[in-house]
Design a protein around this ligand. Structure first.
Ligand code: XUL
Ligand code: CO
Length: 447
């Protein structure tokens, strides 16, 4: 493989050194077994094309600061084709097996959809060749129905029929690409599928439209024999003030209302969870409980700034609790951990891209190690079992097994004195539990 970057391939070196580009992973050891499975199988890391190859590190107040070696290509198609080479060498050097992309990340648009598709197909041809050469895989692909001004009021939920038709045609081609690149999943993130004001919005009609649109997409995937898992990615706001797929619970209700729950699972993103007023682990738990946990966009936000800033993950508590949910789920099936993340605007060098991915991979690898130990020792399981133990016998078991009526429950408590009811409650011992979690993090990672 040709050499574009002056960095060594990232390998596991253990946790004895300071984190520096080229030093290697402290916690991610791809071949090491955790609960009987290789770390690389639990942690199907994926590089996001739109951030790593395309992101200029803009913020709402300033231009991009990114310095990238492919900036030297001035012709947009020439640059698009060159970026494929840079991407594959990046994957190789980072020891990452998967990548993810939107259609519009790959190639510039033409004057018509036909021309745009032709540009895109040229780049996909090269991607397919590179995949065959290197064995790298696509975790998921998706379609941008939000960047171009034609999508000013949404794609599948646009109040304009021509735009809905255009959106369908664009997704149709994206599904054909999904089949060509054997994408493990196909993601729909509702870019501008939401509204700014109810004063000019028929919310019910828009939701019916997008549900119909999803059924048509699935029908087309079946028609062409594309069998990847469909995923919906919740987010509560940005860019619209109200996004329809607000959070995991809302998205599950939407899927069930429109008979889509057999065809879709959820792709959950850390920063989106914060924007919805939830923790990341809450969103993952909601999806797991519903049997709909699909994949993870492993990033985090800044609790002070409040925007969707797509920071690379570095919060070990969060990574531990998210990995705990993932292990409880028995893994992610076709899903993985996609770094929908970008370096900070002041981290503008190529080296920062390597550092940022290393930090993200190590954070989740460390989280996986701690979570596996917490599970093995049944730390939370035994607390939860004890907390709900009153449902194992007596009135609790009768309630559990549908053997009591409201009247009988009333008979059971009506004459109980307050002292007996208070005696039936137990401390939650949260401080102790959180400090146990700290101890697991320190001891497992300190080894
Ligand atoms: C936007 C976001 C997207 C999706 C794919 O907040 O997360 O990048 O992951 O369209
Ligand atoms: Co995302």
């Amino acid at each position: 493989m040709s050499e574009y970057y002056d960095f060594n391939k990232m390998e596991y070196i253990g946790n004895q050194k300071g984190l520096k580009a080229g030093d290697g992973f402290h916690y991610y050891n791809p071949g090491e077994l955790i609960q009987g499975k290789k770390m690389s199988e639990w942690l199907k890391f994926s590089v996001a094309y739109w951030h790593t190859m395309d992101q200029r590190l803009v913020d709402p107040f300033g231009d991009g600061t990114a310095q990238r070696p492919w900036d030297k290509f001035e012709d947009p198609m020439e640059q698009a084709l060159a970026k494929v080479d840079y991407m594959f060498e990046f994957l190789d050097k980072m020891n990452v097996e998967y990548f993810a992309f939107h259609d519009r990340d790959l190639a510039p648009e033409g004057k018509t959809l036909r021309e745009t598709n032709a540009n895109l197909d040229k780049v996909v041809d090269k991607i397919v060749e590179k995949m065959q050469e290197t064995g790298k895989k696509v975790l998921w692909n998706t379609s941008s129905l939000f960047t171009n001004p034609r999508f000013v009021a949404g794609g599948a939920t646009a109040p304009f029929a021509d735009i809905v038709a255009y959106s369908a045609a664009q997704i149709k081609h994206s599904l054909e690409i999904a089949k060509r690149v054997n994408s493990m999943n196909y993601v729909f993130w509702g870019g501008r599928e939401g509204y700014e004001s109810l004063l000019n919005t028929d919310m019910k009609l828009e939701q019916e439209h997008i549900a119909k649109f999803f059924h048509m997409a699935k029908d087309y995937a079946n028609e062409i024999g594309y069998t990847g898992q469909f995923l919906l990615e919740p987010k509560p706001k940005e860019p619209t003030s109200h996004q329809y797929d607000t959070d995991a619970a809302t998205t599950i209700a939407f899927l069930k209302t429109y008979g889509l729950e057999k065809d879709f699972k959820l792709n959950l993103e850390g920063n989106h969870a914060y924007l919805a007023g939830h923790t990341y682990e809450h969103e993952v738990r909601v999806a797991r409980d519903a049997g709909l946990l699909g994949s993870l966009d492993a990033n985090m936000g800044d609790k002070l700034i409040g925007w969707d800033i797509d920071e690379f993950p570095n919060d070990i508590y969060e990574a531990t609790l998210v990995m705990y949910e993932m292990l409880k789920n028995g893994g992610l099936a076709t899903g993985g951990l996609n770094f929908d993340a970008k370096p900070r605007r002041q981290s503008f060098t190529m080296e920062d891209l390597f550092l940022a991915h290393t930090a993200g991979m190590d954070t989740y690898a460390a989280g996986l190690r701690v979570a596996a130990k917490l599970l093995e020792d049944r730390v939370f399981d035994s607390v939860i079992e004890d907390r709900y133990s009153s449902f194992k016998s007596g009135i609790g078991a009768d309630f559990e097994n549908d053997k009591v009526t409201f009247k009988e429950l009333e008979d059971y408590v009506i004459d109980k004195p307050q002292s007996e009811l208070i005696a039936a409650t137990k401390s939650g011992h949260l401080e102790q539990l959180k400090s146990t979690l700290n101890n697991y993090i320190f001891t497992v990672l300190g080894k």
